[in-house]
Design a protein around this ligand. Structure first.
Ligand SMILES: [Zn+2]
Length: 443
């Protein structure tokens, strides 16, 4: 991973290689500014020559991939890969539980009259779990903007570009084998038909699915998205260059043909195929688009199908960070994609709750009101040097503070419990995130 570099007066400079950073540090020309993401600060004033840096984002519901890319004339060099892990589902669970407890307590006061319905929601309100997703993504973008001179943002705005597919200019164009547009159309159709044959609903047991013209090309059918469906090869070949009604009249009374008759009659009667729940996902992504646009950087967009198409062409494994790298239009060779991914996991910053509740909603002990103990907070990154006893060794990781002064440290290899605060030294204060490197392909 590239190392972020700040100037003497903390202005972002171009990131450098790990080797160069080591050299600068050993010559005492720079100091460590931040551990995660690793950032150094130069001690002397320097020039600030920059090259175009792109920030590419692939927003998802649980994970958001982010790639920092140097856009050189002949190639794209991936400098840093990030995987942002959201905690939307935890937020949603916590709020659901809180609502249940409140409702239960309110129901005990059954003689108290209801208040009138005076609750309103602000314009542009999003569910807290979704809002959190937007907030954390934007926070990471802003953080990276402070560490390096980002000059453009590319993000995956939609799964499919409907406008492009419905655009009459493209409808007339003869599409060629292997183009992005054809790929996008096929992915869209597969999604729309839930990956089953539109004529037999998988009754033929043929696993090969193809793009099919309802009104055949030979009889003047167009490549318009309205004239296309997904069909299995068996159905596609049986239909050949017949129109739908001609195909219907050739059908016999076998089990397969009976299903086909039902399906084709529905299509002839004007059944419209629609994508399932595309709206909810798009609302969130559109908001992210508006938020990113407010960053005063040029923002360009890509589609999910385009990302997948690029990933196949470059033959990269599927990870969230590499999906981000593959977002948008790509023509140049890509370098540096195999570097480890820095996982940025949203952990929250503790809770306001004063007590935990038992399963009936009754209080079960009281929580501490203090967050800081002996100068440490849960979530701080510490190094604990224990010189004797059973826990002897050097432990680096996230600390969980205890009133007693004996903390737990979550290390890479598990954790160690009950180390004294006196052995601990802070590396980085809690920022609400947990950072670690992940080099294996997951999810
Ligand atoms: Zn079929």
């Amino acid at each position: 991973m590239a190392v972020f570099v700040l100037s003497k007066n903390k202005k972002p400079l171009m990131p450098c290689s790990e080797k160069r950073a080591r050299l600068l540090l050993s010559k005492k020309q720079a100091v460590v500014h931040k551990t995660y993401p690793f950032t150094i600060r130069l001690k002397k004033q320097t020039g600030n020559a920059t090259q175009p840096l792109q920030l590419k984002i692939d927003p998802g519901s649980r994970y958001t991939g982010v790639a920092l890319v140097m856009d050189l004339p002949t190639l794209m060099r991936a400098l840093c890969l990030f995987e942002l892990q959201h905690r939307g589902h935890q937020i949603s669970e916590a709020l659901t539980q809180r609502r249940a407890f409140r409702r239960r307590r309110r129901n005990q006061l059954r003689y108290r009259p209801a208040r009138f319905d005076n609750r309103t929601r602000k314009d542009g309100w999003l569910p807290p779990s979704v809002q959190h997703r937007l907030d954390t993504t934007l926070a990471l973008v802003q953080k990276l903007k402070r560490l390096c001179p980002v000059s453009a943002i590319v993000f995956e705005r939609v799964k499919f570009d409907m406008q492009k597919m419905l655009n009459p200019d493209i409808q007339g164009v003869e599409y060629q084998q292997g183009t992005l547009f054809q790929y996008e159309v096929r992915e869209y159709l597969l999604e729309r038909h839930q990956r089953t044959c539109a004529y037999c609903a998988g009754e033929s047991l043929d696993p090969i699915l193809e793009v099919e013209h309802k009104h055949p090309r030979a009889q003047g059918g167009t490549n318009s998205i309205h004239n296309l469906v997904i069909a299995c090869r068996t159905c596609n070949q049986a239909k050949g260059s017949l129109t739908l009604s001609e195909f219907l009249s050739t059908l016999k009374n076998t089990k397969l043909d009976k299903v086909r008759k039902v399906k084709i009659t529905q299509i002839l009667a004007g059944k419209v195929f629609r994508l399932k729940d595309a709206g909810a996902v798009n609302a969130c992504r559109n908001q992210l688009g508006r938020d990113l646009a407010s960053q005063q950087l040029p923002v360009s967009t890509g589609t999910g199908a385009q990302t997948k198409y690029n990933r196949m062409r470059y033959q990269l494994p599927k990870t969230h960070a590499l999906d981000a790298l593959m977002t948008g239009e790509l023509t140049k060779p890509v370098e540096g994609w195999s570097r480890p991914t820095l996982v940025v996991k949203a952990m929250g910053r503790g809770c306001y709750q004063r007590t935990r509740l038992d399963q009936y909603g009754f209080p079960r002990g009281y929580l501490q009101r203090k967050k800081t103990y002996f100068g440490f907070q849960t979530g701080d990154l510490v190094i604990s040097t224990v010189t004797k006893g059973k826990k002897q060794g050097i432990h680096v990781g996230r600390v969980a503070v205890r009133d007693s002064g004996y903390f737990n440290v979550q290390t890479k290899t598990g954790g160690v419990q009950g180390v004294s605060y006196k052995t601990c030294q802070i590396i980085q204060r809690n920022t609400g995130y947990h950072y670690y490197f992940n080099s294996k392909v997951a999810h």
